[in-house]
Each structure stands twice: as structure tokens, then as C-alpha cells.
Design a binder for this molecule. Structure first.
Ligand code: NAG
Ligand code: NAG
Ligand code: NAG
Ligand code: NAG
Ligand code: NAG
Length: 455
């Protein structure tokens, strides 16, 4: 691992993009199948520091909901499959679930989606029979409170809902799932809720290496795959899988339902057999995915269509069962350092002051807090620099030499500059999620009304 910040900054850069435009967004899944993760409060800070605006969680844990209160981050929360039976049986169960698990921090915590059940076709306990009745009861509970327009109800699926996904135009739902899929699609169409799909080109590649090229899975293919029925050209598997869903929906005459990708990603590490699970491939997949999604490219069948995507996952999760790769999907290690950097330099809209530039300085530049940074962003950035960033922040503690002036801009400037000088004084080491700026005059020499720099 290189020192933390190059990586973290690249991640910030990526996440800066996430809130740049209306239209498609990229969020991150915050799975918690691990025993070594930071507390939810710390995670909320990390997420804010990196300007992540959309987060998916898999339950409605109150500590997590509380941690995200007043952050402006939009949360997708979930009902686990094990609760579907109870929520499907009685309306009163759905009413009290909403009251006790969702409302305590709402609307301070901005909940915008509830996934009722996850990949029920993969679930052994007949969850698929209960999923639509549970969705209906949750929607009714929301309606009673007038929240059904603000919080959308849907359910996630694996690509296993399809019996056929290639060529995309032949995409079709597996008829053995019709018993719950047909009423679910009617529910989604009626309530303008998206069809949620978890898409993993990684598995398609891992499980049929002879048929699928790695480049095609990683959005790097130079050649195109042609759908013989439509003549549409596919340069990546992600698009082909999404279009298979659109065609499956159209075949059942559901033309208005939008598709949302509730999970996708690439593992950075795997067992010796999982040769494609590397940091390089993970970086390539997620970088290309972001570039592809963020500019509303759409897919060959739906060019320009909004397609929101959640990257799986925020952290490596050590309690996940299965192959080695299962525990290595994270963008971050539990200590909050990045697993790999994400390269976003291909995008024109990137603010040049935050563009990665590995040019080294010999100490003739300094990094200080931007006057435009909000107090909360500065606090988060200080916490990061003095924590995972490994800056010795003793000097800005009470009674220490740089405690005065006692304000966030001054403390942040101390922490930022220390980090910056320790990490080669490259531009990327002064990003701090957009709250740092480099200056070429020694800041300790200029004192303004509000700032005196102790650097
Ligand atoms: C699943 O539920 C359906 C409807 O309640 C029922 O007909 C079916 O027998 C159940 N299947 C299993 C395996 O329990
Ligand atoms: C359709 O789903 C059934 C039940 O899960 C499964 O046994 C069957 O293999 C699936 N068919 C296809 C073509 O995937
Ligand atoms: C959007 O992304 C596509 C595919 O990655 C790329 O070909 C296109 O040039 C991009 N458009 C803009 C405006 O960045
Ligand atoms: C990086 O720094 C060099 C030297 O200062 C400069 O010429 C170059 O334009 C910079 N690149 C970016 C992307 O800012
Ligand atoms: C540092 O940079 C300054 C200005 O570019 C230069 O004059 C000086 O020689 C450099 N010092 C070292 C040790 O490289």
C-alpha cells in the first residue's frame, strides 16, 4: 500500500463527480458483514469527506440511520429476507416496522428508497412468495404517513431472474419466477419504482473464461459484440446485461419501468484460482463504470437513459462467507485507507485544482484550508488527516503551540500542510475532498483578520 492519501484523494476526486450533475448518479453500498469496521459515525464522516451522496445499506440499523442524520446523504435502506414473512402477514407489522425502524431519524436522515427483500430468487426460504405482499404492506404504511412519494419501495434481484441474457434482445425472465415477478412488475409500474438489479460481470468472466474476454467485462474491449436481432453494438458486458433486463421487461410489455443497478463492482483480491480479482482490474472496472454512468451514456438499447448505480462495496468485509474474493470488494480497508486509487483524469469536468499531479515540490508550496470549505467538511478533513492520514496533530491540541488561533481553518491548515509535506507535496496530497488549496507564499507570513497560520 502506498501512503494513504494519494489513494484517498483519488477517491475524493471520483466522488466529487458524483454530485456534479443532475441525471445518473453513482452511490456506494455500505455492507457491514465484518467485525472490524469503524463505527457508523466514523463511516458517515468518511463518506462525507469523499463527497459520496448516495449510500445503500441492507437493513435499517438505528445507529447507522442516526449517524447519517443531517448529512444530506440519501440513503437506501432494506428489509432483510428474514423479515419478509412477518411484514407480509399483517399490515400492523409493516406499520410498526416503519414507526420503530425508519421514522426515529426521518427526515433528518434522508431515506429515499426501501428495498423490501434482496435477491429473493437466491433465497432458500421461499422468500419470493412473501416479497410482494410485504412490499404492498410497506407501501400502505408509507401512504398512511403521506411518505409514499418521498420514499420509493422496490426489491433487488440477481441476474438469476433471467432465464436468458444473451443476446440482450432475447433477454427473458425465468417463467418459474412469474408467480411473484408479474405482480411485482405491476407494483413497480403503478408506483413508478425502479426495477433493481445487481450486476456482476466479474462472475460472468470468472465462471466462463473461455467465452468472455476480460476486456469486455472491464469496459476495455476494442472489438464489439453485435446483437444479431437488433444490430446494436456492445462494447461491454455491463451494457449487455442491463439491456437484457430492458428487453425482458419490454417482452412483458412493461415499457415504463426504469432500471437501477443496486450493486456492481469488482473484487481486488481472490483465491489463487480467481486470477482476475486484482486491484488493477477492480480499479479499471470501477473507473470505467463511473465514466460510463456519470455522463448519462445510457445503453445501446436506451441511449441517454438515466441509470443510477451503487458500487459494491464501501469496505472489505471479513465476515462474508464463500471464496476469498467475497471478502475483498471494498473501496476502503476497515482502517479507512483506500484499497486502490480511482483514476478520473479522463473527464473534462474535473476541477483542475484537484486533478492528480504527481509533480513534487521541495517545500516552496504549502497546503492550507480553502476559505470556501464548510465547517463540517473541514472538521471531517481534520479528523481524517489526524487519524488515517497519520499526521501528528499534537501541536493543535489545547495548550500546545498551534492551538491558537482556535478555529477550524487554522487547525485544518496545520493538519493539511503537515500531510502535504509528508506526502511529497503533490497536488493530490492537498485535495482533502476539495477543502485544501495550495499556496506559493509562506502562509505563516500572512495574517488576515480571521486567520493566522501556524504552519
Ligand atoms: C412457497 O410459497 C407458495 C405460496 O405460499 C407455496 O405454494 C409453495 O408451496 C411454497 N414453497 C415452498 C418450497 O415452501
Ligand atoms: C428457472 O428457475 C428455476 C427455479 O429456480 C430453475 O430451476 C431453472 O434452472 C431456471 N431456468 C433457467 C433457464 O435458468
Ligand atoms: C461518455 O462516456 C462515453 C462512454 O464511456 C464516451 O464515449 C463519451 O465520450 C462520454 N461523453 C462525454 C460527454 O464525456
Ligand atoms: C502538473 O504539473 C506540471 C508542472 O508544474 C504542469 O506542467 C502540468 O500541467 C500539471 N498537470 C496537471 C494535470 O495539472
Ligand atoms: C527548491 O526550489 C527552489 C525554487 O524552485 C530552488 O531555488 C531550490 O534550489 C530548490 N531546492 C532544492 C534543495 O532542490
Amino acid at each position: 500500500m502506498p501512503t494513504g492519501f494519494t489513494l484517498i484523494s483519488a477517491a475524493s476526486l471520483f466522488l466529487l463527480l458524483l454530485d456534479c450533475c443532475s441525471g445518473s448518479f453513482v452511490g456506494v453500498c455500505y455492507g457491514r458483514s465484518a467485525d472490524d469496521l469503524p463505527t457508523p459515525d466514523k463511516v458517515a464522516q468518511l463518506v462525507q469527506l469523499h463527497k459520496i451522496k448516495y449510500v445503500r445499506i441492507y437493513d435499517s440499523n438505528l445507529q447507522v440511520l442516526k449517524a447519517f442524520a443531517n448529512t444530506g446523504i440519501e440513503l437506501m435502506i432494506g428489509v432483510p429476507n428474514s423479515d419478509l414473512l412477518s411484514l407480509s402477514q399483517f399490515q400492523s407489522n409493516a406499520d410498526s416496522w416503519l414507526k420503530n425502524s425508519v421514522l426515529p431519524y426521518y427526515p433528518a436522515t434522508k431515506i429515499t428508497y426501501i428495498t423490501v427483500g434482496a435477491e429473493v430468487t437466491e433465497s432458500p426460504n421461499n422468500a419470493s412468495s412473501f416479497v410482494v405482499p410485504a412490499m404492498t404492506n410497506v407501501l400502505t404504511a408509507l401512504k398512511k404517513l403521506g411518505l409514499h412519494k418521498k420514499i420509493k419501495v422496490s426489491s433487488t434481484h440477481s441476474l438469476g431472474v433471467l432465464s436468458r441474457s444473451f443476446p440482450p434482445s432475447a433477454g427473458a425472465f425465468n417463467s418459474s419466477h412469474a408467480h411473484f415477478l408479474k405482480p411485482m412488475l405491476e407494483f413497480l409500474a403503478e408506483n413508478q419504482s425502479p426495477f433493481m438489479i445487481d450486476i456482476y460481470p466479474y462472475y460472468a468472466y470468472r465462471d466462463s473464461r473461455s467465452k468472455v474476454s476480460l476486456d469486455y467485462a472491464l469496459f476495455e474491449a476494442s472489438s464489439e459484440v453485435i446483437d444479431p436481432n437488433t444490430g446494436l453494438l456492445y462494447t461491454n458486458m455491463f451494457d449487455a446485461q442491463i439491456d437484457a433486463i430492458y428487453f425482458a421487461l419490454m417482452a412483458l410489455n412493461f415499457r415504463t419501468i426504469k432500471v437501477m443497478v443496486t450493486e456492481t463492482g469488482w473484487p481486488s483480491k481472490g483465491s489463487p484460482k480467481e486470477i482476475a480479482a486484482t486491484p488493477d482490474n477492480a480499479q479499471t472496472y470501477n473507473t470505467n463504470l463511473i465514466r460510463h454512468v456519470i455522463n448519462n451514456t445510457g445503453t445501446p438499447a436506451k441511449p441517454g437513459e438515466e441509470l443510477d448505480v451503487y458500487i459494491f462495496s464501501l469496505f472489505n468485509e471479513n465476515r462474508k462467507p464463500g471464496m476469498e474474493s467475497e471478502r475483498n470488494w471494498g473501496l476502503f480497508y476497515p482502517d479507512q485507507t483506500s484499497v486502490y486509487s480511482l483514476d478520473f483524469t479522463g473527464r473534462g469536468a474535473v476541477d483542475m485544482t484537484t486533478e492528480a499531479n504527481i509533480t513534487r515540490s521541495n517545500g516552496t508550496t504549502w497546503c492550507i484550508a480553502s476559505s470556501k470549505a464548510s465547517q463540517i467538511d473541514l472538521q471531517n478533513a481534520i479528523d481524517w488527516a489526524c487519524g488515517p492520514g497519520n499526521v501528528d496533530c499534537t501541536a493543535i491540541q489545547p495548550s500546545q503551540p498551534c492551538f491558537e488561533p482556535d478555529n477550524l481553518a487554522s487547525h485544518a491548515s496545520f493538519a493539511f500542510n503537515s500531510y502535504y509535506q509528508q506526502n511529497g507535496a503533490s497536488d493530490v496530497a492537498c485535495s482533502f475532498g476539495g477543502t485544501g488549496v495550495t499556496v506559493d507564499k509562506d502562509p505563516s507570513m500572512f495574517i488576515t483578520t480571521h486567520h493566522k497560520y501556524c504552519i
